[in-house]
Design a protein around this ligand. Structure first.
Ligand SMILES: C[S@@+](CC[C@H](N)C(=O)[O-])C[C@H]1O[C@@H](n2cnc3c(N)ncnc32)[C@H](O)[C@@H]1O
Length: 281
């Protein structure tokens, strides 16, 4: 679809959904959207916008497609090891065990649930609370549901997997699959359900990283991984500045392995290593 018409699409999507596509890297996002539209046999953006206006399923499909929800438990395990050995003990030393932690862009819940399990090695479950947000409502339904493929658990420490997951198959799984909203599990033969003791420690909420009003205050750690890679440099920069304001003095920001804060000194962070930064002022 023509480059010049992408501006039209961005304006219409913003008006319809509140999502500002200007903040996402253009070439990559346009390619993803064009692939989706072409598969439907639609020839131009105006026709697609008309479809989105009248068809809720098409709108949901669009939102799911642009958000890129891939996630798994203990993603990049060496970083979680550093979190366990260095960062959590440091946070406890500085702020005690009543920690305020935000998993921003939490997708299917693998990340906030991994945080609860990682923290459970250092404190009782009852004192753990994680705030977890994502822009995508459908994904938050899946996060709340808490059922996962075996593949999502591959990087997990085996003791935590044994302690906090129940293997589901046969009738028990069929019952869940037959419930409305769970059609995506239709081809699943074996599923893993996370325990309620972990689930109950997480509060999910829909929030947009591009909206200043969606940023909480006074957090000891923010975990935001594998989403800012899709943002433009300007959007990324503004998110890092807002994270700085959300953190308390000496609070920690945990980012993805391919995301770096190049101007971290300017925003008053120190770099502990390539994925952990600390607010200095
Ligand atoms: C690839 S997943 C990352 C999940 C998890 N943090 C991880 O590293 O495994 C990216 C998530 O970012 C969310 N997302 C995209 N744009 C967002 C925005 N503007 N605000 C909040 N979340 C957003 C998507 O819905 C998706 O669930």
């Amino acid at each position: 679809m023509a480059e010049r018409d992408y501006g039209y699409l961005k304006d219409k999507i913003l008006a319809l959904t509140g999502v500002d596509l200007n903040a996402y890297k253009e070439a990559q996002m346009k390619r993803r959207i064009d692939q989706l539209i072409s598969k439907k046999g639609i020839l131009d953006y105006p026709q697609y916008i008309e479809l989105l206006k009248k068809d809720r399923d098409a709108m949901e499909e669009f939102l799911n497609h642009f958000t890129i929800n891939v996630s798994n438990f203990y993603r990049n395990p060496e970083q979680w090891e550093f979190l366990d050995k260095e960062v959590i003990p440091l946070l406890i030393k500085r702020f005690g065990k009543n920690l305020k932690i935000w998993s921003a862009a939490c997708s299917t819940g693998d990340e906030p649930y991994s945080l609860v399990m990682a923290l459970s090695r250092h404190m009782p479950l009852s004192s753990i609370r994680i705030y977890a947000t994502d822009i995508d409502k459908t994904i938050l339904y899946k996060a709340n549901r808490g059922i996962y493929l075996e593949k999502s658990l591959e990087d997990m420490p085996s003791d935590l997997k044994a302690k906090y997951f129940t293997r589901l198959e046969g009738k028990a799984l069929e019952e869940i699959v037959s419930q409305k909203g769970n059609e995506d599990l239709k081809t699943l033969r074996v599923g893993y359900k996370i325990s309620d003791e972990i689930k109950n420690r997480v509060t999910f909420k829909q929030a947009n990283l591009l909206e200043a009003k969606d940023y909480p205050r006074d957090y000891h750690m923010i975990v935001c991984r594998n989403v800012l890679i899709y943002f433009t440099e300007d959007a990324k920069n503004s998110v890092f500045r807002r994270f700085h304001d959300t953190l308390v003095h000496e609070g920690i920001l945990f980012i993805g392995s391919t995301e770096q804060i190049t101007n971290y000194k300017e925003i008053n962070y120190i770099r502990k290593n390539s994925f952990f930064y600390e607010r200095t002022d």
